[in-house]
Write a new protein. Structure first.
Length: 76
């Protein structure tokens, strides 16, 4: 295939293709992650495109909040 024949795929939102399915997945509310600031212990939610800073103190060391699910391992 030559370079001249190549066409860049478009991100059509009403086309129903793979690109629209991926964009619908990225905009869901599951992309928000809960973090805890390493300096002031403030708990907050960061969206996917937001900056990695605490909204209260501006500290850049953040920890992911531990899951509430029960995690059980089988030990022998």
């Amino acid at each position: 295939m030559s370079r001249e024949a190549y066409q860049v795929p478009s991100l059509d939102t009403n086309g129903g293709g793979a690109a629209s399915g991926a964009s619908a997945f990225a905009t869901s509310s599951d992309s928000a992650v809960r973090y805890i600031c390493g300096d002031c212990d403030h708990k907050f939610v960061l969206q996917q495109n937001s900056s990695l800073r605490c909204p209260d103190c501006g500290h850049r060391i953040l920890y992911k909040e531990r899951t509430k699910r029960m995690v059980q391992f089988e030990a022998r």
